[in-house]
Write a protein that binds this ligand. Sequence first.
Ligand SMILES: Cc1cc2nc3c(=O)[nH]c(=O)nc-3n(C[C@H](O)[C@H](O)[C@H](O)COP(=O)(O)OP(=O)(O)OC[C@H]3O[C@@H](n4cnc5c(N)ncnc54)[C@H](O)[C@@H]3O)c2cc1C
Length: 393
Amino acid sequence: MEKHDVLVVGGGLVGCAAAWHLAEAGASVLVVDGGDFGMGASGQNAGSLHFQIERRFLEQGDALARQAEQTIALSRIAIEDWRGLGAALDADLHVVMEGGFMVAETPDQVALLEHKVAREVAEGLRMRLLDGDEARRIAPYLSPHIVAAAFAPDEGHADSRAVTPAFAAAARRAGASLRSRTRLGALARVRGGFEARGDGLSVRADQVLVAAGAWTPQVCALANLHAPLYPVALLMNATERTQRPRIPHLIQHVGRRLSMKQTHAGNILIGGGWPARLALAADGGFDPGTRPAMIEESLAGNLRAAVDVVPDVASLNLLRSWTGVTAVSGDQLPVVGEVPRMRGFWIAGGGSAFTLGPSFARLVARAMRGTATPELDFVSPARFDHLNSFMGQ
Ligand SMILES: Cc1cc2nc3c(=O)[nH]c(=O)nc-3n(C[C@H](O)[C@H](O)[C@H](O)COP(=O)(O)OP(=O)(O)OC[C@H]3O[C@@H](n4cnc5c(N)ncnc54)[C@H](O)[C@@H]3O)c2cc1C
């Protein structure tokens, strides 16, 4: 049986990033992934770096919007991390941080933006509220229907297909072992640590970090624990390459599901949280491992929103649409930290973990080395400890 300080379960962005930091700090780390590294949500996402309070928090009422304000502190850390990430990983991640708009088309939406920007500014986020003409002076491609926009100068995007491989390569360089096609199938608490088994795997580790995205509940079940993360299926679209319009910004909408950006190659990526249909597993639950089915209304609605906001997009051919699976938690915030009921057992996942994942992976790696990380207090699994009152061991 091989021995490591830390076993990381899941080789997406979060697992690979945490492994890199842990290995850099001198820990012996093994990362296992049941498939290939970066082929879960981390390789399927839209690549938005969105630091404004997300629309999904605003549509659920004031209580959740207030809760979302807490993520701004983490967003401010993420802004600094993303600015230095390419150099730290010695890789071209195609990071563009030239600002992001959240646009409004109606007076109600403008009122929502005003409220939101006031909250963000109070929490220390750099934000400006612009009227439609001011927004079009910075982004002439925006439709004349846009009457206002919240502008976050630090927002942007990066190439999701480059980021996880870069973290994986850095983790390897720092001495971590990474094994693909190695699915964890059994996990037992033993004195002072854990024993894990899976495809050709037999390992003893002092600590376990579950970074398995939408599969986190299944991995936690191996330790007889509940994890309040749920799989959700989302749609993404990419147009053909174009020089017109040239969109250097991230674009979101405060009242409609929309995110848009242009890749370094020139394609326009269109997403924003339109649902796809999750596959069912044989036991009747959801199967995050099977590609979700496209929903026609989602495709039509997403493209309609894109054309309404950036009319020039109407003349472009749609090159590809795809679906992906990510994890949302019981209160929409990430779940990051040690499970109080099982010392040495850590979870990191949920939320917009492309944007925030590099930062919470760095912080959880510090916490696992024994350093206090008050920045993570509000996302600790401790807030869901009641779910595990009768679990564990
Ligand atoms: C379509 C789409 C668009 C998105 N857009 C954005 C965006 O623009 N901005 C943003 O911030 N976020 C976005 N997200 C969310 C973001 O992609 C995820 O939050 C993030 O990638 C999660 O990374 P992860 O490492 O936690 O999980 P994943 O990347 O899903 O990795 C989990 C890994 O665990 C492995 N695994 C599972 N079970 C086991 C097991 N038993 N043993 C071993 N390995 C196992 C899987 O094979 C997988 O590789 C989007 C998600 C989707 C699907």
